[in-house]
Design a protein around this ligand. Structure first.
Ligand SMILES: CC(C)(COP(=O)(O)OP(=O)(O)OC[C@H]1O[C@@H](n2cnc3c(N)ncnc32)[C@H](O)[C@@H]1OP(=O)(O)O)[C@@H](O)C(=O)NCCC(=O)NCCS
Length: 309
């Protein structure tokens, strides 16, 4: 297996150790006591549809009143064990080559962090440091196990959004589980662009190739909403490229979190939302493994042809 990084030769080890060394003796004892049982609870919670479930399971084990320094200490301690965990997982080279970058990012984040540990960051760091989610590209992380029940598909049909996802879901092997699920890492957005997303989908295809039990890959976001092709054309590739590659979309609907996220970075979108001209809606993007792998194969052939030209 390709393992491009020897973590023990990188400065990240001392960064993680420094996070642990900063702890009071009481907090250090809490970290040491929780290390193994919290990892087990997090792994048990990981296949749930709620991305945050592993962090919530760890919080339940830690109990009330635990400081964010203890949480950071746990992530640092788990990160020190990450190479051994990953070695045992037979991940494709496309994932492994991303680890040095991601571990650097996490080490830099933890070294600077103090005060509140944003819950989204904590949730992502629990999953990443325990390899429940793995790097997909520079700004995308992939959960290794996520469910797609029939409920959302049925709701889509019942609410009049069309029958297509039902047929596609059945064709993809309705009961087949689990799916990979991709998420954006808002702390490091360097790869949030068309190439970065293509890389993430290609990585997911390689994971599917090595794990025949996987049904394919999903993503859930406001940024798959069809009106964005008009109002935020720079984001249109997020929906159009998967569709061209054989994915299908399931309507999930509006919600406070989608309104907030869609309005965060774009002043023009925020103005349309505030005036009531646009309502942000979340969609589930579902890319079955057969179509995803075929897309990745075509992409490889196109890349090889362009190198020869
Ligand atoms: C998802 C996200 C990272 C996308 O950011 P993005 O690629 O910059 O795309 P956005 O459409 O949001 O653009 C933000 C603004 O910056 C401007 N902009 C972005 N890149 C630019 C560039 N290279 N040059 C000039 N302006 C740029 C855009 O014009 C846009 O403003 P406008 O729509 O008023 O014109 C961002 O919307 C975000 O952080 N949202 C909150 C978190 C989130 O939703 N995460 C995903 C959860 S599912």
């Amino acid at each position: 297996m390709v393992w491009p990084m020897d973590l023990h030769l990188t400065p990240d080890v001392s960064a993680f150790q420094a996070v642990l060394a900063r702890l009071s003796p009481e907090d250090r004892a809490r970290v040491d006591a929780a290390l193994e049982p919290a990892a087990v609870r997090a792994a048990e919670a990981a296949p749930h549809w709620d991305f945050e479930m592993p962090a919530k399971a760890v919080d339940a084990l830690l109990g009330p009143g635990v400081s964010d320094d203890v949480r950071r200490g746990l992530v640092a301690a788990w990160a020190l064990g990450l190479p051994d965990r990953v070695k045992a997982m037979a991940l494709p080279a496309e994932v492994l080559t991303l680890y040095p970058y991601w571990i650097d990012q996490l080490a830099a984040f933890l070294s600077k962090a103090e005060g509140d540990y944003d819950f989204d960051h904590w949730s992502k760091d629990v999953r990443f440091s325990l390899a429940l989610s793995v790097p997909g590209a520079k700004s995308q992380v992939i959960d290794l196990s996520s469910p797609v029940g029939p409920g959302q598909i049925v709701k889509h049909v019942r609410e009049g959004w069309g029958f297509r996802p039902l047929f596609r879901y059945l064709a993809a092997g309705a009961k087949r589980e689990p799916w990979l699920e991709v998420h954006t890492e808002s702390r490091w957005l360097r790869g949030f662009n068309e190439d970065g997303w293509n890389e993430a989908w290609a990585t997911a295809a390689e994971i599917c190739r090595t794990r025949p039990e996987l049904a394919g890959m999903i993503g859930s976001s406001w940024f798959y909403d069809p009106p964005l092709t008009e109002i935020s054309p720079r984001l249109a590739h997020l929906r159009l490229n998967p569709l061209k590659g054989g994915a299908f979309m399931v309507h999930q609907g509006p919600g406070e979190i989608h309104t907030e996220r869609a309005g965060t970075a774009s002043a023009s979108r925020k103005a349309l939302i505030d005036s009531g001209e646009y309502t942000a809606r979340s969609w589930l993007m579902v890319w079955p493994r057969k179509e995803l792998i075929a897309w990745a194969d075509r992409r490889k052939m196109e890349e090889a042809a362009s190198h020869q030209a």
